[in-house]
Design a protein around this ligand. Sequence first.
Ligand SMILES: [Zn+2]
Length: 174
Amino acid sequence: MTNHILSLEKLANKWGGKFETLSKPETTSTNTYLAIRENFEHRGFEFAPFALPKHILGINFSKKIIVFNLNTILWGNLIHEMGHVFASKFRPLHSNEWSFFGWEYIVAKYIKGSINVWYEHNYDYVIDDTADDLTIKSATPYQRLEIIHERIKFALENKLARKKNNKITPLAIR
Ligand SMILES: [Zn+2]
């Protein structure tokens, strides 16, 4: 596991959750992946819609477990799934992802991840509150800054993070 993933696992454990990992090679057939997903679904897991057949990435909301394939995971996407578990009171289908976008940024910073890489991992994320389906990729650097600034403020106001001596620490709300 890379350092970022280990740091994220530490956070998940601290918040009463855990990781389950698979390390299937890229060559494994799509059917194998579908079978794996089906098994997890029987165990109450929900999979990220952006995860392609071979991207095993899902969560068990009530048990606070995040499952992913070590071979294909992008740590930015892992943070997003953690957001569904720890920074949202509602199951993925009923959650408002925008409410924890700032939390995701704060977690990325907290584990000392490169923010440019984090943006890359979130390129397809559609920014809320915009009429023209603005994505992270199509936003200008200034728009990104403005958005992140507003989202951090929201995270702090809603107790998704706390600020002490200028250091912002992410919190779990469930
Ligand atoms: Zn999501």
